[in-house]
Design a protein around this ligand. Structure first.
Ligand SMILES: *Cc1c(COP(=O)(O)O)cnc(C)c1O
Length: 391
């Protein structure tokens, strides 16, 4: 038995879908990502079925293509927006600002003013300076405070530490929000992206309950909303539970802490809606060894850390890689095409690629629909940004 895992595409896409993507990709110059919007629609429907009581705010940064935004808008989604540029992207497509939340805790005064003037009434915060600025530029708006979460080490792409504040500060900020004439609306958290441990939501929801109760008991402030963030999984090499399992557990945690009469529940999925819908197609540029006796091959391909695969940083996200060669699998280092030695995707994790893999062959990076186009550099070494197609 080889120590390497051969990728069975059927574990990731149904046969017809992958064939459709592959034949569409056939005559296009690499690299590029192909995204099947039917899969996005299905992922969205699954989210609605599994969390019938929640409002879904799509985290636009995962993939802001008009094809994606329009589809989700037509399906009734709301949008989690992090900048004035993302606001333009959604409103240019006709999205109304009553379905927009400004979810970034780091914002310029002039941007808050613009959001407010354009009708946005829901803002995230996690600091006093930001909150006071919100009170001046967005008077009377609804504010939710983001708390820090623990257990982010079990997320493959942690998002915490930079965002959120300790419980005690969240409590104080919500009291201050009321004093400043804002509406203390709720609490948010993000347990880390690609969070494989469902228990991370349990401890976060427990913290939220504590803050809800103290604000009610000590100040008569009745919070109305919990924003459970994103973090729901996509299918990479490391296995996760099904969304239905996450939903069952999270619903159970919520009912345990808040009873049947839940506050408004918001979800902000990004990765879980988009990733499974995309295949990134690249080509092998060079295969080499560092000496005659070296045990591993270096496989250089025309996509890399700077053209969409930054989430391979520290080998955090392990994309399943499929090729059409059938040979035995052998250890490879997989690297990108630029003149930067950081541009190595996988060196420590044992990726096996077929021994008969040849220069010019295509590599299919599965589950690549999220955080690839947006993370791609503009022109490093002259390589253009990652191209994207939507089926
Ligand atoms: C990036 C982000 C998300 C999306 O997280 P995923 O793990 O991709 O689902 C949600 N909320 C906020 C505030 C974010 O910054």
């Amino acid at each position: 038995m080889s120590q390497f895992q051969a990728i069975d595409v059927n574990e990731y896409y149904d046969v017809n879908t992958f064939e459709r993507i592959k034949s569409f990709a056939q005559d296009k110059p690499t690299p590029f990502v192909v995204i099947d919007t039917q899969i996005i629609a299905k992922q969205y429907d699954d989210m609605v079925i599994n969390f019938p009581y929640a409002n879904i705010y799509y985290a636009v940064k995962a993939n802001p293509a008009p094809e994606v935004l329009s589809l989700l808008w037509d399906k009734g989604a709301c949008f989690d927006i992090a900048s004035i540029y993302e606001l333009d992207m959604v409103t240019n497509l006709g999205v109304t600002t009553d379905r927009v939340s400004y979810g970034n805790t780091i914002k310029k005064r002039k941007d808050v003013r613009a959001f407010f003037e354009r009708g946005v009434r829901m803002f995230a915060s996690d600091s006093e300076a930001d909150l006071r600025m919100l009170a001046e530029e967005a008077p009377g708006a609804r504010v939710y405070v983001r708390i820090l979460t623990e257990g982010t080490h079990t997320a493959d792409w942690p998002l915490s530490r930079k965002f959120g504040c300790q419980n005690e500060m969240a409590y104080e900020l919500l009291v201050l929000a009321k004093e400043l004439g804002l509406v203390p609306y709720g609490i948010s958290f993000h347990v880390g992206s690609q969070q494989r441990d469902i228990g991370a939501w349990d401890s976060a929801i427990g913290k939220v309950k504590g803050i809800f109760e103290r604000l009610n008991d000590e100040h008569g402030i009745k919070l109305q909303m919990i924003n459970l963030g994103g973090g729901f999984p996509a299918n990479y090499l490391d296995k996760t539970n099904e969304l239905a399992m996450y939903a069952a557990e999270i619903t159970h945690f919520l009912k345990e802490d808040f009873g049947d009469d839940l506050p408004e529940i918001i979800l902000e999925p990004g990765r879980s809606l988009l990733s499974n819908a995309g295949v990134l197609v690249s080509e092998v540029v060079l295969i080499s060894k560092k000496s005659h006796t070296a045990l591993e091959r270096w496989v250089f391909t025309d996509v890399g850390k700077f053209s969409g695969l930054i989430e391979t940083m520290d080998e955090a996200i392990k994309f399943p890689i499929y090729t059409e060669r059938q040979g035995e699998l052998d250890k490879c280092v997989i690297a990108g095409p630029t003149c930067d030695s950081a541009d190595i995707m996988y060196e420590h994790y044992s990726y096996g690629l077929p021994t008969d893999l040849a220069i010019g062959d295509r590599m299919y990076w599965l589950t690549a629909g999220a955080y690839t186009t947006t993370y791609s550099a503009v022109c490093f070494n002259g390589f253009p940004p990652l191209k994207d197609y939507y089926l």
